[in-house]
Each structure stands twice: as structure tokens, then as C-alpha cells.
Design a protein around this ligand. Structure first.
Ligand SMILES: Nc1ncnc2c1ncn2[C@@H]1O[C@H](COP(=O)(O)OP(=O)(O)OP(=O)(O)O)[C@@H](O)[C@H]1O
Length: 329
């Protein structure tokens, strides 16, 4: 069965202008997200997840720029769009839930005004009454009583604020939503209820999600597929079911799996990954993960690893997997 991609990323590189020159934080990344799919993007802090997300929205901040490759959303290359087409396309076809709700919302405007502004921005002719009704409907969708529309962001709880940000992201019924750590700042109970809600909204409205997080267990629970990022590269892309098997993965993925605390393993010591991810100006030669990899061999120090398909249905970028017979892709 052929699936329709909502996002196609080809050979994408993104760099930052720094005092040390242009340094790449995303390095030749390829992946797709299909209709109705949730793809999780995980990796330690600094692996390039947010840089990639902002590049997909064409919202890179000053000092950051795409240095190669392409991004297609619903078949359209967003870097070939003129500003007016992009303005209409963003939020109505692709939208984003940012990491911090407090930063995403304007503190001196009521949330009603912020939702109505989003609706008006794309449909200037919408009547006051229709915009208000649409805002009430959105609040009901994200399970906030519409009476709270008159509130300012600081008058709402953290969970409610994040729900408002989600309401704004889905206001124009986009087909693809990027969620950058949408629940990180919330306690686990609120986190769970927001995740359940995201899943419900996805079913109801039929959008695809790129869900960014550094929480491996959370991502493998909600995503259909998971992409693992390390030092600007996607080192493994696997079905979530495949990730429940601790073996057969990229050594970095294996390390992330072993670092997950499990309630049933009361007496098992957690095994973290030794060392830290490299700085952008100190990316190791060969495989960037080799200084932290317990399996590293001579080739890993000098040669870029091949991308191979493993018997566990993952695509991994690793010399080790190529050696044990994975098919190169
Ligand atoms: N404005 C900037 N100038 C230079 N380097 C930057 C800038 N912003 C981010 N970086 C670097 O780019 C790399 C990727 O950062 P990015 O924020 O995309 O990672 P991340 O995986 O999203 O991390 P986190 O989970 O902490 O948000 C890091 O090495 C970071 O230090």
C-alpha cells in the first residue's frame, strides 16, 4: 500500500554562523512523515532536534541557515515559496507547538484575542461572531471551558496554557503539526492528560505529527516510528514496536534504551551513555558516536558509517551493522 507523505526531507543541512565559522547542527538528513503518522524525534540535548524543527517551518533564527537539501510539505518545497505563499501555508498546512507555552503566548493579550488573531490572519473576512464561535469550539476541542477565553496566559495553569498553544496550532486544521517537547515543563499527570488529548485530536482531525522529545519511553509509546538523532545525523529510524526489542539497534539507540528507568527493575542499576555529545566544532571523524561507543572498531574512527537496513526492520547508520550483514540502502 503506498502512503502519501506530508513531509519529505532530503539531504537537509542547517548551519549556524559562529565566531568559529559556519558550523552544521543538522547534517544531510533524510526522512519522511506520512499521512496520519506520528514520528518521534529523539536525541540528547544538543543533537539538533530543535534546529531541524525550525528549519522544517522555515522559521530559523538569525545566524542559522539551510546550507543544503530540501523540505517539502504536502509536496511543496517550502524554501521555494514566496513570502506571501509561505505566510498562507504556515499554520494552515504545517504548524508547530513550541517548547514553552509561556514564551509562545503573548502575556499582555487575552487568549481569546490570540486565537482570533490567528483565525483572522488567514481569513481577514471572518466575522467577529464566527471567529468567537470558532475560538469556543477550539477551546472545547482542547477541553478548556470557553469561559476561560477571556483569561490572560498568567491566569491559566501550565497545562491549560499548553492546551491553548495546541488550540492555536490546530486552529487552521493543518495536515502536519510539529510538537517540540510539548509536555516537558509539566508534571506527569498533566503530561499524560495532554498526550491523551493530542492522540484524540489527531484521530479526530487527521493530522500527522513530528513529536520531538528527549524522553525515549514517552516517544516510543505514542509514535508509530522513531527517528534517533545524534550530532546532527539521524542514526536510526525504526518502528516503535521494533524499539521494544533492546537488541539490534544503533549503539546510541541501545544506550538510550538501557538508560530508561523501569519500575519493575527495582534493583537494576541504570546504564547511561558515557561522555557527552560533541560540540559543533568538534564533531569526531568517521562515526561521530565512536568516542562513546563500546563497539567502536578501526573503521569507526576514520570512515563515515554506511546506512544499512537491519533484520530488526530499522535503518541504521553504523559500521557494526554493515559488518554483520545488514543490507546497505
Ligand atoms: N544560535 C546558535 N548559535 C550557534 N550554535 C547553536 C545555536 N543554537 C543552537 N546551537 C547549537 O546547535 C546544536 C543543536 O542544538 P539544538 O537546540 O537544535 O539541539 P536540541 O537537540 O534541540 O537540544 P535541546 O533538546 O536541548 O533543545 C547544539 O550544539 C547547539 O549548541
Amino acid at each position: 500500500m503506498s502512503r502519501t507523505p506530508v513531509l519529505e526531507v532530503n539531504n537537509l543541512s542547517v548551519g549556524y554562523e559562529t565566531t568559529k565559522g559556519l558550523l552544521e547542527a543538522v547534517r544531510k538528513v533524510d526522512f519522511s512523515v506520512y499521512e496520519n503518522e506520528i514520528v518521534g524525534l529523539i536525541g540528547e540535548s544538543g543533537s539538533g532536534k530543535s534546529t531541524l524543527a525550525y528549519a522544517l517551518m522555515r522559521l530559523l533564527k538569525n545566524g542559522a541557515k539551510v546550507t543544503g537539501g530540501s523540505v517539502k510539505v504536502l509536496g511543496q518545497d517550502i524554501y521555494n515559496m514566496d513570502p506571501e505563499t509561505l505566510r498562507k501555508f504556515r499554520w494552515s498546512s504545517i504548524s508547530m507547538v513550541f517548547q514553552s507555552a509561556m514564551n509562545a503566548l503573548n502575556p499582555v493579550m487575552t487568549v481569546e484575542q490570540q486565537i482570533i488573531d490567528t483565525l483572522r490572519f488567514h481569513n481577514p473576512n471572518i466575522s467577529k461572531k464566527a471567529a468567537f464561535e470558532a475560538a469556543c469550539e477550539l477551546f472545547e476541542l482542547v477541553r478548556i471551558d470557553p469561559s476561560r477565553l477571556k483569561s490572560y496566559p498568567h491566569e491559566l495553569s501550565g497545562g491549560m496554557r499548553q492546551r491553548v498553544v495546541i488550540a492555536i496550532a490546530i486552529a487552521l486544521k493543518p495536515k502536519f503539526v510539529i510538537m517540540d517537547e510539548p509536555t516537558t515543563a509539566l508534571d506527569v499527570v498533566v503530561q499524560k492528560s495532554i498526550l491523551d488529548q493530542i492522540m484524540e485530536l489527531k484521530e479526530q482531525l487527521g493530522f500527522s505529527i513530528l513529536f520531538i522529545s528527549h524522553d525515549f519511553s514517552l516517544v516510543s509509546e505514542i509514535a508509530d516510528r522513531v527517528a534517533v538523532m545524534y550530532s546532527g545525523r539521524l542514526v536510526e529510524v525504526a518502528d516503535s514496536d521494533t524499539l521494544s526489542t533492546p537488541e539490534g539497534h544503533h549503539p546510541y539507540t541501545e544506550g538510550l534504551i538501557h538508560a530508561i528507568p523501569r519500575l519493575t527493575d527495582k534493583h537494576t542499576k541504570l546504564r547511561g551513555i558515557p561522555g557527552n555529545p560533541p560540540a559543533l566544532d568538534k564533531i569526531p571523524s568517521g562515526c561521530a558516536f565512536h568516542p562513546r561507543c563500546k563497539y567502536a572498531e578501526a573503521a569507526c574512527f576514520t570512515e563515515a558509517p554506511p546506512i544499512v537496513k537491519t533484520e530488526h526492520h530499522s535503518i541504521v547508520e553504523c559500521h557494526l551493522h554493515a559488518k554483520v550483514g545488514g543490507a546497505r540502502v
